[in-house]
Design a protein around this ligand. Structure first.
Ligand code: CMP
Length: 137
């Protein structure tokens, strides 16, 4: 078993899709080990996405991620990192197949409904960015 970090982004929360996405997480065999609703401040969003700070979309990304509440989660499953990325579909929602979270709930490259860590190493870093040890069940 392994754990990955997941987010249900402000577009999906705003549209009332957080419940549907959590249902898909359950139906796909993940165990939720931690979960909370947060409204990111600018420094929190900038810190989380610091790896993208020199990319042209960074300002837009921070603006979007601070635009409303986000659900942050720790998901456990066999090969959780890849399994969650498979369930989300590709980053660009316009290219994500129907049946994937981004294909069904995202609308663009930026407003793509969800996030998942891109490696087990980054999953550990991202989980500890949002959760402390006492918050895991
Ligand atoms: P995420 O998986 O959270 O990782 C980085 C995010 O940056 C990505 O999802 C998108 O929301 C966003 N992103 C990546 N590329 C672009 C782009 N070209 N334009 C706007 N946003 C982008």
């Amino acid at each position: 078993m392994s754990m990955t970090f997941a987010m249900i982004k402000p577009d999906a929360v705003r549209a009332g899709n957080a419940g549907n996405i959590i249902q898909r997480i359950n139906d796909s065999g993940f165990t939720i080990r931690a979960m909370k609703l947060i409204h990111m401040t600018r420094p929190i969003a900038e810190g989380f996405y610091a790896v993208h700070k020199d990319r042209p979309f960074f300002g837009e990304l921070v603006e979007f991620m601070t635009s409303g509440p986000t659900v942050v989660l720790a998901l456990e499953k066999e090969n959780a990192q890849q399994a969650w990325r498979d369930l989300m579909g590709p980053t660009d929602s316009t290219k994500a197949p129907k049946g994937t979270i981004r294909g069904d709930f995202g609308t663009s490259m930026g407003e793509n409904a969800s996030h998942g860590s891109d490696s087990d190493e980054n999953a550990k870093i991202e989980l500890s960015y949002f959760f402390n040890a006492t918050e895991f069940c």
